[in-house]
Design a protein around this ligand. Structure first.
Ligand SMILES: Cc1ncc(COP(=O)(O)O)c(C=O)c1O
Length: 342
């Protein structure tokens, strides 16, 4: 039985069209000069984000790290929503490489979201010389481990305003900013308003085999280029992967289709008594009574998912059709009792 892989929106395979574009890419040495296809991708993403410039990096983690390195120095503190990817899933690099002491903000604004008042409170007032200086707010839209939750525009603006009033820089982890924008029916640029840097992924939901972009001012990106080289992220004929990224962007108008698949999955699960919440985007977190037996039963039934804390995470994606979601539901139903009663 072919497993239906709902572990992540990163499990997609490059399409034939993408592979053809990679083979045909015009390339140059991106460390010595600029690879022309890389430059085209960076220009297109900067425009999509409404920012002056963007820089390709191999992964979201490197994009976030460079963003944090731009803003932090030793003795600084940065704020981020509890369970943010930069706090728990990037091996603490914000602390030991970027030099900032992390502080998690509980979700006073809603799932995955701090409130503006909380940002003001946490930023506090400057203390004596031996205290940490809070210098950065790191946001995450959508918030992965809260279940793909969206920060709406008015709230984004209020959070940025609170940060700016407290003289904090703002970095946005927008690994799935595309999904937030699609859910709100806004252009992605609307959700970068006021931020200093943003990281967006091409490998999550859009189908590229690798690649993220860090966006910001031209001056910030010039410095970011130095940091990328320092971390070993400068690549040579990067046009080969940038070409894949350009094709991946063609999927943007279809991102909402994955949200519809996720809603259908949740509805189907509820149909046989699994208390699945209504997903906001393409991530469905189902709290379960015991994760290990639920995971084992799903695997045996031919449905792949990931454990996230006390929940099972399903992420429908472009390589799965609605018919695959229906088939996944048929396979889950006989083991559905293991997903009930958390
Ligand atoms: C919210 C968020 N930020 C950053 C990343 C890191 O991206 P990468 O795996 O490309 O390093 C992820 C990966 O899943 C993510 O979900």
């Amino acid at each position: 039985m072919r497993p239906i892989d709902l572990r992540s929106d990163t499990v997609t395979k490059p399409s034939l069209e993408m592979r053809a574009a990679m083979a045909a890419a015009e390339v140059g040495d991106d460390v010595l000069e600029r690879d022309p296809t890389m430059a085209r991708l960076e220009g297109r993403v900067a425009e999509l984000l409404g920012l002056e410039a963007a820089m390709w990096v191999p992964s979201g983690c490197m994009g976030n790290l460079i963003g944090l390195m731009l803003h932090l120095k030793r003795g600084d503190r940065f704020l981020a929503p509890a369970q943010a990817h930069v706090l728990g899933a990037e091996l603490g690099t914000g602390a030991w490489l970027a030099g900032g002491m992390p502080e998690a903000l509980a979700w006073e604004g809603g799932p995955g979201r701090p409130s503006p008042a909380q940002v003001t409170r946490a930023a506090g007032a400057p203390g004596p010389y031996y205290t940490l200086r809070t210098t950065l707010l790191c946001l995450e839209n959508t918030h992965n481990f809260a279940g793909g939750t969206v920060t709406p525009l008015a709230e984004h603006r209020a959070l940025v305003a609170a940060a700016k009033a407290a003289k904090l820089a703002v970095h946005l982890d927008g690994a799935r900013l595309w999904h937030a924008a699609a859910a709100l029916d806004l252009p992605p640029a609307a959700l970068t308003e006021g931020v200093d840097t943003v990281q967006v992924c091409l490998s999550k939901g859009l189908g590229a085999p690798m690649g993220s972009l860090l966006g910001g001012s031209a001056a910030a990106m010039a410095e970011a280029r130095r940091l990328r080289k320092m971390l070993g992220g400068g690549v040579r004929q990067g046009g080969v992967v940038a070409a894949a990224g350009l094709v991946a962007l063609d999927y943007l108008p279809r991102v909402a289709e994955d949200h519809a698949k996720t809603r259908r999955l949740a509805e189907g699960l509820r149909g046989f008594g699994v208390p699945a919440p209504e997903p906001e985007t393409n991530i469905l977190l189902v709290p379960v009574p015991a994760v290990a037996p639920a995971m084992a039963a799903l695997e045996t039934a031919g449905v792949r998912a990931l454990p996230v804390g006390t929940a099972v995470r399903f992420i429908p994606h472009r390589d799965l059709a609605m018919a695959d979601i229906e088939e996944a539901l048929r396979r889950i139903e006989p083991v559905g009792h293991l997903l009930r009663g958390a």
